[in-house]
Design a protein around this ligand. Structure first.
Ligand code: M6R
Length: 611
């Protein structure tokens, strides 16, 4: 997590760095800071809290210069505070070096002890500060900035991305990548560094992604790179594809709201990538395995992406007969998994930079399992490291709570299930066409679901009063219940849990009383009678219920629920995608009522690039 930027060029550096940080704030927002170099002097401004606080400080205490580095933090070592905010530099009037860091230095305690024994006085609780003192020590021993960084890197263990600024050279930035993503930009008169392409797009037209172990030396119009073994390497500079990406909120009050309302379009675009609307067949590039021979596959992911994979499991097994396991990426990494008969892995991640998913993917590669990445960022590390990458067409998702990334992942996974079924001939052609048709209708149904916004805003007042909430679903609606509960807790801070409806009587029913709102996802069709029985069990214990169904389901339940929401009736395949929307709107409106920070909920960050 954490976002880092760096810039040097002919223009004043502070506005450049601030714009880059604004685009990176989704990575962390506990504190922010800048260091710039003016007339050979490194000066810093750092503030606790959001970037806005730093901008306010800079109005009264501006920073000049044409070279600098910046940081927006998601705390790992040391609480959010000004002292712990980056950039770090040795205390004193004229520091020789400043650094910004994303990641974790695992051996920082030993390094701190070593440096303290030699008289170093630390002024923060961070793991990062050791880096700056190690570099300074090398500089004082007569090393050049490059030698000082190279020597320091040999002492560091862990995963990190770093950017350095040196007082002695205003035409120099050094960047290093080991485990955490980093890209650089080079134009004729400038050079820049950024945690992602979105940040760099505000500073440059040409970017290159650093590879694992790279060390980059950047000067105006110049970029030299050394690979993991210290040899000089070439990293291709590409035109920035997202330079025109709009990341504003437009007419919307929050990014999350904008992204919820973008779903009909985002799902439509994803469908157009993977379904041929004329022939009504799924259109995928060749998979890195023979679908006909597949007996078992595995999906790995975290958080919301995990729930997308968990939903797809129902589709894949029902349509293709392939055993489809699903595992939380951080769990797969540390157990002795029996994977011998696994013929394909799906690694699902919006960012494509989630450390746990990346490491799980690398483990699967070591085990010789072909990997397909399902990502929303075509240039992400996961996409580049996989055998095949499939792109959801959600566009940039800025709100920390995943919304359109989730529904586009589901859409892509539904199409993938269709293509596997077609290749394996496990479904009749007519059934496949019917499924494809129901997917093509989905954008319109999503539009209709968004019309529930006002009603959900009203009933959210009641839900927002609760301390706890339960979400129930069955079949493909069970992972949607889990996702609904995650949405509510992450942005409104109401404790919520999702359960398979059938599990209630095995324990959670004890929680139900007249205070407890229970959200029940109950589309008519296949499992309606089963989930309706579970709903009755809740009502019999005095629970307050929000029943979400279609007209047929609501009529069958007969007005017994406390609140109801009516969605259009859709085929079973697309139910989980449609039912995700009211979950998102409910969490959004409950958060508004409670006055929490919708786009940047406390303690969270969008892209989790640490373990
Ligand atoms: O970028 P990823 O999809 O790999 O992120 C995984 C999770 O961190 C993410 O889905 C998270 O759970 C959501 N932002 C929550 O809304």
């Amino acid at each position: 997590m954490c976002g880092i930027v760096g810039y040097l060029g002919g223009e004043s550096v502070t506005p450049k760095l601030l714009e880059g940080l604004r685009r990176l704030e989704y990575r962390g927002y506990d504190s922010a800071g800048l260091a710039t170099l003016e007339d050979g002097v490194i000066a810093r401004r750092r503030t606790e809290g959001k970037l806005e606080n730093l901008i306010t400080r800079l109005r009264s205490e501006p920073l000049g210069g044409v070279a600098g580095i910046g940081h927006t933090r998601w705390a790992t070592h040391g609480r959010p505070s000004e002292e712990n905010a980056h950039p770090h530099a040795p205390a004193g009037a004229t520091p020789e070096v400043a650094v910004v860091h994303n990641g974790i230095i695992e051996n920082y305690k030993e390094l701190r002890t070593e440096l303290a024994a030699a008289g170093t006085k630390f002024s923060s609780e961070t793991d990062t500060e050791v880096i700056v003192f190690l570099v300074q020590r090398e500089l004082q021993r007569g090393a050049t900035p490059l030698e000082a960084v190279q020597q320091t890197l040999t002492r560091l263990e862990g995963a990190f991305a770093l950017a350095f600024l040196f007082a002695a050279d205003e035409n120099l930035l050094i960047a290093a990548r080991r485990g955490s993503p980093l890209a650089v930009g080079v134009d004729t008169e400038s050079a820049s560094i950024g945690s992602d392409v979105l940040a760099l797009a505000s500073m440059t037209q040409k970017i290159a992604y650093l590879e694992e172990g790279d060390l980059a030396i950047l000067r105006r119009g110049e970029f030299v790179c050394y690979g993991a073994n210290g040899e000089s390497v070439t990293r291709e500079l590409k035109s920035v594809s997202q330079s025109n990406v709009q990341i504003g909120k437009g007419e919307y009050r929050h990014f999350m709201r904008k992204e919820i309302f973008e779903q009909p379009t985002a799902v439509g675009e994803t469908l157009h990538s993977f379904l041929d609307p004329a022939r009504l067949v799924a259109t995928f590039p060749d998979l890195p395995t023979n679908a006909k021979d597949l007996r078992r596959m595995l999906s790995v992911a975290c958080g919301t992406a995990f729930y997308a994979a968990a939903t797809a499991r129902y589709w894949i097994e029902a349509m293709t007969g392939i055993v489809s396991d699903v595992e939380i990426a951080s769990e797969l990494r540390y157990r002795k998994a029996a994977l011998d008969d696994c013929g394909l892995a799906l690694c699902v991640s919006q960012s494509g930079e989630t450390m746990d998913t990346l490491e799980a993917s690398r483990l699967l590669a070591q085990r010789g399992i072909p990997r397909v990445a399902i990502v929303n960022n075509a240039d992400s590390t996961l996409a580049r490291e996989s055998d095949l990458s499939l792109l959801t067409r959600a566009g940039p998702e800025i709100g920390v709570a995943s919304t359109k990334a989730f529904t586009t992942q589901l859409t892509l996974l539904a199409c993938l299930a269709l293509t596997l079924a077609e290749k394996r001939q496990t479904l009749e052609t007519e059934t496949l066409r019917r499924y494809a048709e129901s997917l093509m209708e989905l954008p319109s149904r999503l539009f209709e679901a968004l019309e529930l916004d006002k009603k959900i805003a009203q009933l959210a007042h009641d839900i927002a009063e609760a301390q706890h909430a339960l979400y129930l679903g069955r079949g493909t609606l069970f992972p949607i219940a889990l996702e609904g509960a995650l949405k509510l807790k992450e942005i409104s801070y109401i404790h919520a849990e999702g359960y398979a409806g059938g599990e209630m009587k095995h324990g959670p029913l004890a929680l139900v009383d007249e205070e407890m709102p229970v959200v029940v996802l109950a589309p008519s069709g296949g499992l309606f009678a089963k989930i309706a029985s579970n709903a009755e069990e809740v009502l019999a214990r005095g629970g307050r219920m929000l029943l979400i169904s279609d007209a047929e389901g609501l009529a069958a339940f007969g007005g017994k629920a406390t609140w109801t929401l009516e969605l259009p009736k859709v085929p079973e395949l697309t139910q989980p995608i449609l039912y995700a929307l009211p979950m998102q709107l409910l969490a959004y409106h409950a958060a508004l009522v409670r006055g929490t920070d919708v786009d940047q909920p406390r303690n969270l960050a969008k892209s989790v690039t640490v373990e």
